[in-house]
Design a binder for this molecule. Structure first.
Ligand code: ADP
Ligand code: MG
Length: 550
């Protein structure tokens, strides 16, 4: 077959342009990306060969080889992993399969450091090779297939693919380095980068200069299997960067070994900032599942409940068989027990943090509170724990407050916890429905996450106090004594006869549009407000559903 020329998908072309022209400040990460791809490729083959033993035959031990050729000006990164065939090359190195590209483009800030970190998050790592290379050539043969391929591109809009009989199993990426990237031909520089970013890669990374001896650069021991005392804070952070494709500092690191009925090791991180795709529906969880240090999958949906999907990290089980298939992982009792253990552990660590440092906890809450709250109605057994971990903005509290604190501040005669839902705290504070509550000094929760419409009714009450919406017709403040000065400022009540006439006129005019018109003492400045019947859908939920055409 002759050489075939293809255009990059438009998004890739645009991305490459940014990679080459804007992301120059932190070029060295290309090596981390390529080494991590090589390691993923070995993990994939190791996994596939559990059930199809012939796939990995004859390739020797898994390893990643980095070769420097100063005369040719090339740097080569080679692995003996799963490799790619013709169609894989086109779909993996010619398009961006993930849906977030448009969002990626819109998020670029012009600050090279931040933008580079976005590249990691969006999983477009391979293209970072073009930060240092003017041509990238990939020689590859897929495990189990006989035909090898050569893919080549200068990153300027198109690439070529041709058959290549020299390609060995796995992938070999040859980078023809740009003049301003020749530093990456220096062994000491490469050694330092690998140590920094890829030390914990579980397979050996070997470095060799042409005609010189090869050396193993990383320590190739899975970080989570070491004891806590032997791991530095930097190593924990680097590992987080690796597993999470992130560049921020983790907000929380939880590393423990569960022993007893079920044995596993968990190394879990709560990110320090909000990943861009937290609310995308296809998002499940991002924990990598290992069995006895062998990577199994990062798609074990049953490993974590969706409301903890912000967690990153690894879980390594002693109790699952090594040849566990993805199908076996569904409704698996071992996995179910691990999940229970993980949830318990994470929630208790969050509780500790919340008690130890309210300010730091608020930062976590602002990033992930809206996700965690999903658990209040999804996880019946844990809902009380999650409510206790939840923080709220209210008409009275400065910053974030807990529901227990709100209950402790309830007024004499106040029968329920009141809440208002809407799209922003600022708008809610202006709402006429709150006037009566503010006048009487009754604290109202200001709920602005869509999820609030679901967990609040499902919870129903807290500490024996009902949760009632301020738009609910049954919200009754008559037993609450108003503060003295607001009472004095209140306009004189209209006499009953003229009020009846007004109500009759309003009913006549509005007809079917309203169910009822009533006099109320919940307003102070506004003339009217809308309320719903007790137990009816809240006005904000109605608006949300309309916006989604439901
Ligand atoms: P990601 O690693 O997040 O999927 P990349 O841009 O780094 O994104 O890689 C794109 C895809 O190209 C990978 O998902 C993989 O399918 C393929 N790929 C990259 N490097 C290799 C390799 N060394 N061996 C096999 N496949 C690879
Ligand atoms: Mg990658």
């Amino acid at each position: 077959m002759a050489e075939e020329k293809r255009e990059f998908q438009a998004e890739v072309a645009k991305l490459l342009d940014i990679v080459v022209h804007s992301l120059y400040s932190n070029k060295e990460i290309f090596l981390r990306e390529l080494v991590s791809n090589a390691s993923d490729a070995c993990d994939k083959l190791r996994y596939e060969s559990q059930t199809q033993t012939h796939l990995a035959e004859g390739g020797g031990e898994f390893c990643i080889r980095i070769q420097i050729d100063k005369d040719a000006g090339t740097l080569t990164i080679a692995d003996n992993g799963i490799g790619m065939n013709h169609d894989d090359l086109i779909s993996n190195l010619g398009t961006i399969a993930k849906s977030g590209t448009a969002e990626f483009m819109s998020r670029l800030s012009g600050d090279a450091k931040k933008d580079t970190s976005l590249i990691g998050q969006f999983g477009v790592g391979f293209y970072s090779a073009f930060m240092v290379a003017d041509t990238v050539t990939v020689f590859t043969r897929k495990a189990g297939e006989t035909q090898g391929w050569r893919w080549e591109s200068d990153g300027k809009g198109s690439f070529t693919i041709a058959e290549d009989d020299s390609a060995e199993r796995g992938a070999r990426m040859v980078l023809n380095l740009r003049d301003d990237a020749k530093e990456f031909l220096e062994a000491h520089r490469l050694r330092a980068i690998i140590k920094r970013y890829s030390d914990h890669i579980a397979i050996p990374v070997m470095l060799a200069e042409k005609d010189k001896d090869e050396e193993t650069v990383n320590s190739a021991s899975a970080l989570w299997t070491r004891s806590k005392a032997d791991i530095t804070a930097e190593q924990y952070t680097e590992f987080y960067h690796h597993v999470a494709h992130a560049f921020d500092e983790p907000w929380l690191t939880v590393h423990y070994k569960a022993e007893g009925a079920i044995e596993y090791t968990g190394l879990l991180y709560v990110p320090g900032s909000k990943p861009f795709d937290l609310f995308q529906p296809e998002r499940k969880n991002h924990l990598k599942l290992y069995v006895k240090r062998i990577f199994i999958t990062d798609e074990a949906a049953d490993l974590l409940p969706p409301y903890l999907r912000f967690l990153r990290g690894v879980v390594d089980s002693q109790d699952l068989p090594l040849n566990v298939s993805r199908e076996m992982l569904q409704h698996n009792p071992v996995l179910a027990k691990i999940k229970t253990g993980l949830v318990k552990r994470v929630l208790s660590e969050l509780k500790k943090k919340a008690e130890a440092d309210a300010e730091a906890y608020a930062a976590f809450w602002e990033n992930f509170g809206a996700v965690l709250k999903e658990g209040i109605y999804e996880d019946f057994e844990r809902k009380t724990d999650i409510v206790a971990l939840s923080r709220f903005q209210t008409t009275q509290a400065e910053g974030w407050t807990s529901l227990d604190e709100v209950v402790a501040r309830m007024k004499d005669g106040q029968e329920a916890i009141y809440y208002a839902t809407g799209d922003s705290v600022a708008n809610l504070k202006k709402s006429p429905q709150l006037e009566g509550f503010i006048a009487k000094g009754v604290e109202v929760l200001l709920l602005t996450d869509p999820i609030d419409e679901f967990w609040v009714p499902s919870l129903g009450e807290w500490n024996g106090k009902k949760l009632i919406s301020v738009t609910d017709g049954s919200a009754d403040l008559s037993a609450v004594k108003a503060d003295e000065q607001t009472e004095a400022a209140k306009p004189e009540a209209a006499d009953n006869a003229s009020l009846d006439t007004l109500i009759a006129a309003l009913k006549l005019n509005l007809g079917d549009k309203v169910r009822d018109v009533r006099a109320s003492d919940r307003l102070t400045n506004s003339a009217v407000c809308l309320v719903t019947d007790a137990g009816q859908m809240s006005l904000h939920l109605e608006k949300l559903l309309k916006a989604h055409k439901q």
